[in-house]
Ligand binder design. Structure first.
Ligand code: UGA
Length: 434
């Protein structure tokens, strides 16, 4: 099928590349000429595991091409994906200006039947707005469908190629049939393509992300309470998670959720509710508790150093908001580091992928280590903010040699408490005994 993807951010690029992989002819459009030039030369502009292999293969096969010209893009595809940013507005709502500006141009430019597919996370009612915006000028038939994405950063290629479900919000039989044809290769396993109205599809995305954010947040509160009463959250987590109604996943406590999706989407749903005089009380709590959770290690660190962090040297392992990404948007590490800097600590940091992004934001406020152990040289403590695999089985002997005091504050519960005690560390984690 002939496909156009407008916007080559993380979602657009994964969508375009994976659709090319199943034999479709995909043209990706982006206004950023420099980025388009790079992509034409086979350079993947983001870090996403496995994307590079598919990217190269499909460019070489001529199924995946790039342009800055919207005209060229619209000339090509019958299915036109909108994968544009919907950033958080000052009031917490989603800013639709990118989506609606492009819709305006689509209305002026299309000459034959197209399906415009909303992939971006957009508030309920956006498909209607996109339809109305295109309809003002369109000289031909078209449909607008909502097709929210459920990709996780770090697993996006796998999530796209083997989705648990595909949600399509469509009220046109013609568009629905085309969407079913497009996605058929991805659901051979029997996973469903769920067809519904546009508004329900739009809300499904917000509801899913907000539910997951609430699930993590609930577990974080249970972890904090475990510390109060001397229970062990690892035990509680397994005890709860084996109930299939609860499920084992997304129950790992830590220093809060971050990223480009959960924080933005929870706030957007809260704001959308308020616009309808509807108070999502649970979301108010999720936002508040997660904010607090990001710096939950601070009292422990301060307590250990007798409330005096001035001049203390602290090593930070993990800066990305989660492993397998270089994305630092809303990363808990940022809150942790700002709080420690404010208290006068000196920080030396390491992350396998996110160093360039953190450097851009923090500049010379931090020291940057070239390797994980380099960060520890002479440090008074180690703080772990992201659970990268390489941090999971460190050389404890080396850790003890390098740290001036064998103390670890672990925001992601990487190690077994008893093992750490046996190794001679003072070890603080989340929801477990010290
Ligand atoms: C999330 C959703 O999982 C995707 O389904 C969705 O498509 C995507 O947002 C989006 O809206 O685009 P992502 O932001 O990549 O994906 O990250 P997740 O793997 O879901 O993790 C989100 C945050 O929750 C991370 O900060 C992670 O550290 C935290 N988390 C996750 C926990 O603290 N505990 C857990 O048990 C699981």
């Amino acid at each position: 099928m002939k496909i156009t993807v407008i916007g080559t951010g993380y979602v657009g690029l994964v969508t375009g590349t994976c659709l090319a992989e199943t034999g479709n002819e995909v043209v990706c459009v982006d206004i950023d000429a420099e980025k388009v030039e790079k992509m034409k030369n086979g350079v993947v502009p983001i870090y996403e595991p496995h994307l590079d292999v598919l990217f190269e293969r499909n460019i070489e096969a001529g199924r995946l091409t790039f342009t800055t010209s919207l005209d060229e893009g619209l000339e090509h595809g019958q299915l036109v994906f909108l994968a544009l940013p919907t950033p958080e507005d000052e009031d917490g709502s989603a800013d639709l200006s990118y989506v609606l500006n492009v819709s305006e141009e689509i209305g002026q430019k299309i000459k034959e039947y197209k399906v415009i597919i909303d992939k971006s996370t957009v508030p309920v009612g956006t498909a209607e707005k996109v339809y109305a915006t295109i309809a003002k000028n369109a000289q031909c038939e078209f449909d607008v469908v909502s097709n929210p994405e459920f990709l996780r950063e770090g697993f996006a290629v796998d999530d796209f190629l083997k989705p648990e479900r595909i949600v399509v919000g469509s009220s046109s039989e013609r568009a629905t049939a085309l969407m079913q044809k497009l996605y058929a290769p991805f659901v051979r396993s029997g996973n469903p393509i769920i067809i519904m109205d546009e508004k329900s599809a739009e809300l499904t995305k917000y509801a899913a992300n907000s539910f997951l954010a609430a699930k993590i947040t609930f577990m974080n509160e249970i972890a904090n309470y475990c510390e109060k009463v001397g229970a062990d959250v690892d035990k509680v987590r397994v005890g709860m998670g084996t109930d299939s109604r609860i499920g084992k996943r997304f129950l790992f406590p830590g220093i809060g959720y971050g990223g480009s999706c959960f924080p933005k989407d929870v706030k957007a749903l809260q704001k959308a509710g308020r616009d309808e005089d509807f108070e999502f009380k649970i979301l108010d709590s999720v936002i508040e508790v997660n904010k607090r959770q990001k710096t939950i290690l601070l009292p422990k660190i301060e307590g250990y150093f007798n409330n005096d962090l001035k001049g203390k040297k602290i090593a930070i392992w993990g800066l990305a908001f989660k492993p397998e990404t270089d994305d630092i948007r809303e990363a808990p590490s940022i809150d942790v580091m700002n709080a420690l800097l404010e208290k006068g600590a000196t920080l030396t940091v390491f992350d396998p992928e996110a160093m360039p992004n953190i450097k851009k934001q923090f500049g010379n406020k931090l020291n940057y280590a070239n390797a994980m152990y380099d960060a520890l040289q002479g440090a008074d403590a180690l703080v772990i903010c992201t659970e990268w695999s390489i941090f999971r089985t460190p050389n404890y002997q080396k850790l003890k040699q390098l740290l001036s005091q064998p103390v670890i504050f672990d925001g992601r519960n990487l190690y077994n408490v008893e093992d750490m005690q046996a190794e001679g560390f003072t070890y603080y984690s989340i929801g477990r005994k010290t």
